[in-house]
Design a protein around this ligand. Sequence first.
Ligand code: ZN
Length: 101
Amino acid sequence: MRYYCPNCWHDVWNEDFDICPACGYSRKEHNEDDYFKRVINALNHPAGEIRHLAITILEQRCDKQAIPYLERLAKESKDPSLTKAAKEAIANINGCNNEKG
Ligand SMILES: [Zn+2]
């Protein structure tokens, strides 16, 4: 699984990285909640590729908390490829087996 900097969306991270080489964001200073919020915020990012990336990350995480946000995006987005990606992500998250508390 790839890791992304939740600050600048650089995708060179692996588990050993503490500091993002692109923007200097410190992974030690963020927790899971912060990461989730940043990914959710990225669903409204002005760059389409970042919005797609955010959908992909939420899909990979199988986090059902993300579904209402994805549903809203699918409903409100004027970008058909984004709407499609959001709907696919919702279906995949719903089909996920690793239930999270
Ligand atoms: Zn960064």
